[in-house]
Structure formats: C-alpha cells, structure tokens
Write a protein that binds this ligand. Sequence first.
Ligand code: 3H9
Length: 704
Amino acid sequence: MSGLKIAPVTFGREGRIGLILIDNPPVNAISGAVIAGLTEALNRFEAADDLDVLVLYCAGRTFVAGADIAIFEDPGFSAQPFNTLLARIESQSRPVVAALHGTVLGGGLELAMACHHRVARPGTRLGLPEVKIGLIPGSLGTQRLPRLVGADLALEMITNGRMIDAAKALQSGLIDVITDGEPRAIGLEALTALLALGASPRRTSQLGVRPASPEVLDKAEAAASKKPGWPQLAAAVRCVRAAQTLPYAEGEVMEAAEFERLLSSPSSKALRHLFFAEREASKIPGLARETTLRPIRKVGIVGAGTMGGGIAMNFANAGIPTVLVEVNAEALQRGLDLVRKNYEASAAKGWLTAGQVSQRMGLLQGALDYAALADCDLVIEAVFENLALKQEVCAKLGAVARPGAIIATNTSTLDVDVLARATGRPADVVGMHFFSPANVMRLLEVVRGAKTEPDVLATVMKLAAAIGKVAVVSGVCYGFIGNRMAEVYMREADFMIMEGAEPAQVDAAVESLGFAMGPCRMLDMAGVDVGAKAVIEHGKVGGLPDDPSYRALVQQLFKLGRHGQKTAKGYYRYEGRTPASDPEVMTMARELADQYGMVRQQGPGADEIVERLLYPLINEGLKILEEGIAYRPEDIDVVWVAGYGFPDFRGGPMWMADSIGLDVIAKRLAHYAARRGDAHGYWKPAKLLLELIASNRPLAKWGR
Ligand code: 3H9
C-alpha cells in the first residue's frame, strides 16, 4: 500500500476511506513498534477531516494473532498503552472496520472488538487463548467479548482458549459479515455497504451484556477450583462475572489487576516458556531451512496392535492413505476393528461425523504381505519391543521399501543404530517413538541415528507437525530422552516401596504437585509387563547396574502376572479403572527388601518421595544434555509435559530445576548418597550440574 510508512504500520487512503495496514511477520503480533505505528496512524486519520471511515487490516498469513508473547518478559511491560489505544479507536466518531483473516487471537481479537464493525474471510478463526499461557485477556477481552456474544459463550471461549470459526462468530454476533477476498478488499466492500446504510460507530463497551446463568458461572468456578495450578481460570470467571454485574469501567480495573497479577506468576512464566519451547523443539541445529523434503503420500505400518493402529489413525486423520500389515488375518481384523471402535467412540461424543469416520476408515487398508508396502513413502515398524524381532522386520523393510522411502522404528528403548544397520540402508532410518495411546498423546520423539540423513530428519519433523504432534529430536541412547529419565524415576519408586512406602503414597506425592499420574498408576496403565520386559531386555544387553535389587519389584509383579489395569492387578488392585491399595504388594515389597538386605523405613514422607523421584530425574536430564542426546533443556521439558503428564504450569523438569535451585538439588543428591550409600552411582551428580553451580549459571541459559 502506498502511504505513510510508520513501520510496521502503514497509513494510506483510497478516496474518502482511511486505511491502516499492519505488517509485522510472522503473525502480526502486537509489539511496542506496532503500538507506536498504530498511534501515529490514528493521529493521521484524526487529522484528516476529508475521510469518512477507517479500515484496519493486516498483511501476510493472518490478522494480529495476539500480543508478542516475548515482550511479557520485559520487566517494564504494561498493557496500558495498548488499552489506551483501543479506547481511542473505539471512541472515533467515524466508523472503523476491522477486516479479518487467518487466526484472530488474543490482543488481535481485542483490537478487532475495539473497532466498530468486523468483516472476516470464510476460513477465519477467532479466540482468546491467553489461559494457555497462564493469563487472561488483558486488553479488555473479558469485558468486550461478553458484550458482543453474551457471557455464556464468552466464558467458554475465555476459559477453554479455543478458537471458533467464522460461521459461529457470525451467528454469535462477534463479527458482522463473512466475505471472501483479500483483507483490504473485503474491508472496503464492507465499508461501502456500511456507508450506503449510513451506519454510525457502534461501540462495544457501551453494549449491554446478555448474562450467563448462575449455574453456568458456578460450574465454571467449580471447574476452575479443580485446577489450582491454573489460577487464570478462576480469574477469568471473576472477570466475566464483573462484566455482567459491574459498569464497564469497573470491569476494566478488575481485569487489569487480575492480568497484572497473573503476568508475574510462576505458572504463567512456565507456560510462556513452554510456548516457545515447543516451537524451538521443531528446529534442528545446523539444518538448512531450505532442505528439500521427501514427499510423504502414503504410509505403511507393520503391526496392527494397539500401537500400530493408533499410529495409523494419526495419518488417516491427516488424510494420508495408510496400509497396515499384520502376520495373520485375525490379528489384522482385530487391529482394524479397534481403530473403527476408537473412531466410533469419537463420533458418539460428537467429535466426528459418521461421514468422517467412513472417510478415515476408507484411507486405511489392511494387508498380510510386506509387498503392500512397496509404494509407501514412509514405513514404520510397530511390532513387539524385542530386538531380534525388530531386526528381522527391519531387514524385510530394507528390502521391500522403495528407494528413497523412509524407514522408521517405533522402538521405545532399543538401539536405533542397530535396527538401522539391520535394514541395510541406515541413511533412510529414523526413530519415531509414539506414546500410547498414539492417536491421543501429543509427543513424538524423533530419534536421529548415527547415519540418518538430514532430509529424513527434516521430513519427519515436518510430518509430525502435519499430524498434530509436538516433535522433539533425541540422540540414540537407552530409552531416548523420556524413557531414560523415566527409568531413574521408576527405580526410586520401586526402591521406596521396598523400603516401606505404599504405591498410593508415592503416587500422591507427585500428583499433589500436579502430575497427571504418579509412577505406579502410570505403569499399571501402560502395562507392568511392558515396563518389566524393557528392564529384562536391557539386562540382556548388559545395560543394568550390578544390583540384584534394581527394579526388583516391577519384575516380581510381572512374574506373578500382575500386569496392571489389564489384569486388574499390578501395583494396585483394580475395580474397573479405580485403583485400591493391595496388601499383597506391600508383603511382596517387604520380602524383596529382606531378600536384598534393604533398610526399611517407617515409610518415606512426601518431601522425600518428591525429592527421590524428581532430583535423579533432573540429574539424568542434565546428563542427557551433556552427552548431546537432547539439543536443549527446553526439549526435555517438552518431552515431559507432552508425553509424561508433567504439570505444564511447572514448565517441565529442567525449568523446575532452576526454580528449585541447582545447588539445592546437588546437596540433596549428596544427602541421599550419604544416607543410602552409592555403590552403583545412582546419586552421582551430572558434570553439567556441578559446572553450572560452579559458574553460578541457571540451566535456562545453558548453550546460549
Ligand atoms: C495476548 O494477546 C495478551 C493480550 O490479551 C493482552 C496484551 C496486552 N507472540 O505456532 P507457529 C511465532 S497473549 C510471539 O509455529 P502456526 C512463533 O513463535 C497472546 N510470537 O505457527 C513462531 O515463530 P518461529 C495471545 C508468536 O501456523 C511463528 O510465530 N495469542 C506469537 O502453527 C509461527 O508460529 C496467542 O497466544 C505470539 N503471540 O500457528 C497466540 N504467535 O517461526 C499464540 C506466534 O520463530 N500463537 N508466534 O518459531 C498461536 O497460537 C500460533 O502461533 C498461531 C500460528 C495459531 C498464531
């Protein structure tokens, strides 16, 4: 647009129409420069008496997608300048129209709501996602949204942070028109229509609020009280309540106070850290941005068990034809039936239409012969976690997959380089470690082998994003990032139970920190057999410490057929999915402790349980960093939050380590080493831990 450039904003005109363009890639986030540019553009508009109306629109892929989240770390940050600007836009005496496209989020939607009219392209989505980063909308979103759509929908949108589509926005009154075309053109078109109607400014802050019923508000409050780690939810309810009971100006004061408090809260800082961590994790150091990717038009999966079927659903959901290969017709049918059952369960909940179920099932093809994989661009083995079996499958895949196809293994612990060699074409091989249930869990560990080609890695990372996963690259080691750290966590859980703690005490200690599930419930759900077999297999390749008591409990449970939820017995007894303490487990634990000469305590207290579960885990994370298995501390945080139920409002184990204090962690490791003896190096501090303490540097700054 020609006109006055006040980068990143341009003010221009067309006839009697003023135009403001924001061009601040990648997502037109609100920054100090954008606010300064908008302020100056508004000055120009106010000074131009010959203009009748104003259109505000954005360049690039989207209208403003929110405030720049990075500026919240600036200690001098205040929402006030932007809020003042919004009030000034709203108070204009000539109509102001926002022309929307892309994802109109947070401060972007707040900007649009301060305009008098809103027009959007058909694919536009709108929302207030601030709760996801530990905040509430801080630029009057909690006050203007209820005035446009009613308090019921406003409460829903602000507390779940999800977007609504243009059709719903139109129907609810959030936008006025949907029109296809370039943002500038649809803005001009809407204005022409408004002018013809003689429309005048309609100020959102002056509208009344269609109130939410007391039941809806009470329900939202009750839901918020169940998530104490997310104080933003209760704050959002308070603000929406204020919108419907107090004058606008008082609601404004309340929102500002709540926003300010949340901005400096540890939970919001942790969630903001994770926002950038997830995006950073997709970047591979040293890999050129322009790396040519391999095309993925069809995927093949060997093994139609729970894992294989779950993996296949990811690709079918993304519209990619997928073939599932099994050894016999019954197993194949069972696998396909399970997938259909999962889809039908989603349809019953209203998440999918019947048409979508059949379309997705239509993308899945079953086969009993590896030949069906010959035209696939990516083949993933998802057979049982057994080295010999996986080597055999990999060798077959190496022979049958077309040249250039990517071969992936879904192993959770085995050596990807050994499996890569078995294919005979290790450059094409990568690990794709999905988490169970694979169609639900967001995490994907992408394992780079010694010979993995960069374009293979880049293709898989891109594909991961396309199927909605958050992907983290790991180097090759036992258990990669997540399971390697989980191993020391499980080790201490078993030891503490043998020393006298009940599984329920162990679980409760970390669940009270906000973990989705403690280690015992987690293993019971994932399968004690799966956990025990991994330990046994690791032992076969000499990976275990020379300690007969090492994870003795999980192995004993496995031996006795206590495989967890699926056998109604594991660390707990189960009635359906409800766990109950089982005295048999405590007897077994005592016998094992006696057998291995372990000192039993009255039962470690909650503080000790937390320290013994988390500090070795953090220490292992530091070893993973110093060995170059993970690129960055935040990658480890993403793994634990997205894959292991680590509380997001604590930012992940590496983020948490800084808040605990690295020196505190080192001292407690030394304490347990002294108390229990450390013949096997369980409490040995990572070199990196000692280095960081010596140089008085936080982990967050590592590698920078
Ligand atoms: C807010 O508005 C508070 C107000 O109420 C009060 C204010 C005073 N800031 O996700 P992508 C970057 S709070 C900074 O990969 P996609 C992102 O890091 C904010 N950067 O793409 C990445 O950079 P890079 C409320 C941001 O297409 C690049 O853009 N708004 C921001 O999958 C591409 O992002 C939100 O919370 C930001 N706000 O998804 C929206 N947004 O390439 C958060 C993006 O260097 N953003 N970046 O890695 C999103 O939900 C998604 O990014 C979006 C695009 C849907 C926009």
